[in-house]
Design a binder for this molecule. Sequence first.
Ligand code: OOG
Ligand code: MG
Length: 263
Amino acid sequence: MPDIEALARELDEAVRTATAVRQLSAEVELTLDQAYAVQAAGVRLREARGDAVVGAKLGFTSRAKAEQMGVSDVIIGVLHASMQTPDGGRVDLAAGVHPRVEPEVAFRLGAAIDPLDDDADILAATVAVAPALEIIDSRYRDFRFSLTDVVADNTSASSFVVGPWRSFADARAELDLAALDVTLTVGGEQVARGSSADILGDPVLALAAVKRMAREHGVALPAGSIILAGAATAAVALTPGASVEAVVGGLGPVRVTTSGGEQ
Ligand code: OOG
Ligand code: MG
């Protein structure tokens, strides 16, 4: 039996010291359930430090991401308060191992959703939508992992930036959320391009997927939860002093700059 708590502490230490560790799968064979148990134990360690759960994220909802990382199953991870960086804010690369950025769509839940409640309507509970950037940072050497490795490592979650929120009802009435052009630029140069359709065919489908995955893997969806639907394009390595912008069609831009991390 793998020592779930010890593995969670090892990954938590890797986050806090920004030091890469060897892939867990090189030494222990984890089942998917055990990998989610490691993730949950890591969430408890953060909560014990006062770092509240503020939402959930999906990974590998686009072909571009699945191909980039060689993992094709959709995964769920947990977002904490300390991970949120304000729009236009700065992320310190020295606080990470080898951070990458990816353009996403974010949703916000007005009310808590109990994933075990068949009648809980996550679409009806969704009040807002926004363009977003996710900064992922695998704690594993060379940013390489198996499905269970990346699940245990809280799906590489590191930080995220949410652009201007707008009413979900208004956005759905005025825009085709399944056909928004997505661009990622660094220093004014376009480094990735895609469409919101690349996220499960329609990012709105991420909401039902989050509820299903949260039920399967014991993830909480408190009121006010921010849901990251997954990247529309492959992720791009961050360099020091970069100004990063994603534009998600009519949802508009979201920005972050980087500091630190000079080698
Ligand atoms: C895992 C996280 C994937 C996404 O949006 O697909 C993810 C990784 O690529 O390290 O966040
Ligand atoms: Mg992501």
